[in-house]
Design a protein around this ligand. Structure first.
Ligand code: ATP
Length: 346
């Protein structure tokens, strides 16, 4: 069942197209992330779903009904912004209770629901605290509690962890994901942080320049990027031009390699993507590619090495360190050689 659908959504601001023909189906209880570089149109997409912007063309459906022109407050959708937008002059209880009071819900019921929410976000006993006495992470949790207390069917989150430091951000990523599974609400989440998207999402929508580049599970997006943009954006990659000779046989760096891809035409110009961690260091005699180590950087769990071969600089992540100047052999197994259509720069 799709709870939200965007059909052929295009958005222009002053004649400039910022979203082009967006088609998106969001399932009930899904954690879906819009991921892409700054300015690619993530926030605009979210604002269209929330009703804060109207698309120039196209429709927005909620549970199958056209809501394109329904105002935000009539949608069963709530939003959590990066800046927490809490009321500083109200305490925690009144911040969470705000929406319920407006709806004239009975006092006992409000009190019960606020308590429930505080338990959900792990801040029991914080009712009477002032907003400015809370840490950034606590304020963000209150903002989420305030959005969830209205029992929306969909929660929109725009870079909600952007203002937090790295450690807290990582803790909150896991907490948010668990919270979403517990409450069973659809989360539509915006981030430009690929690691965050990979950690939290059921589905990732990779966007660039107002267009969807790929939709898939984190594993699909990481392992089978559809084009060089996705491959580069999601983690580091070696991307090299190649030629497809026949199904399962590709040429790059002047040599033929077995791969697991088929369905490309003979002689087709393609791009080959190989993850740095998928290149194995072997002896020069056993390498299907050879090169000389040009730089080594210690990265904590692995070393990052740049290895110069005759026509390409390879990035390798390995727990084995070879000093600068060493000649090494490299191999890659066929399933780690990813073939993608060459997208010519416009
Ligand atoms: P960021 O990660 O930096 O927030 P984003 O992917 O969320 O970026 P959007 O905020 O959706 O991107 O912006 C997409 C494009 O639309 C940008 O070029 C932006 O300048 C433009 N834009 C957004 N809102 C407006 C507006 N109200 N008027 C004019 N242009 C706008």
């Amino acid at each position: 069942m799709h709870i939200v659908e965007l059909k052929n959504v295009t958005k222009e601001f002053n004649g400039v197209t910022v979203l082009e023909d967006i088609n998106l189906y969001i399932r009930e209880n899904e954690f879906l992330t819009l991921l892409g570089p700054s300015g690619c149109g993530k926030t605009t997409t979210l604002r269209i779903i929330g009703g804060f912007e109207e698309p120039t063309k196209g429709t927005v459906l909620f549970e199958g009904k056209d809501i394109t022109e329904v105002p935000p407050y009539e949608r069963q959708i709530n939003t959590v912004f990066q800046k927490y937008a809490l009321f500083p002059h109200l305490d925690v209880y009144d911040n969470i209770a705000f929406g319920l009071k407006i709806k004239k819900i009975p006092k006992d019921e409000i009190s019960k629901r606020v308590k429930e929410m505080l338990r959900l976000v792990n801040l029991q006993g914080f009712e009477n605290r002032t907003i400015d006495s809370l840490s950034g992470g606590q304020q963000q949790r209150i903002a989420i509690a305030r959005a969830l207390v209205n029992e929306p069917k969909v929660l929109l989150l725009d870079e909600p962890l952007g203002a937090l430091d790295l450690k807290l951000r990582k803790d909150m990523q896991i907490e948010l994901k668990n919270m979403q599974k517990r409450v069973g609400i659809t989360f539509i989440y915006v981030t430009h942080d690929q690691e965050e998207a990979l950690t939290m999402s059921d589905t990732i929508v990779v966007m660039d320049k107002g267009r969807i580049q790929q939709i898939g599970t984190p594993v699909d997006i990481y392992n089978e990027p559809k084009n060089a943009f996705v491959a580069e954006f999601i983690g580091e990659s070696n991307i090299i031009d190649g030629i497809m000779h026949e199904d399962f046989l590709v040429e790059f760096s002047g040599k033929n390699f077995k791969c697991v891809d088929k369905g490309f035409s003979k002689g087709e110009d393609i791009e080959v993507v190989i993850r740095p961690e998928d290149i194995e260091i072997v002896s020069v005699e056993n390498g299907s590619l050879n090169g000389v180590v040009d730089s080594v950087t210690f990265k904590g769990v692995h070393y990052e090495m740049i290895v110069k071969s005759s026509d390409f600089d390879w990035m390798i992540h390995s727990t084995i360190m070879k000093p600068v100047g060493t000649e090494i052999g490299m191999t890659v197994s066929p399933e780690n050689i990813h073939i993608m259509k060459k997208v010519r720069e416009e």
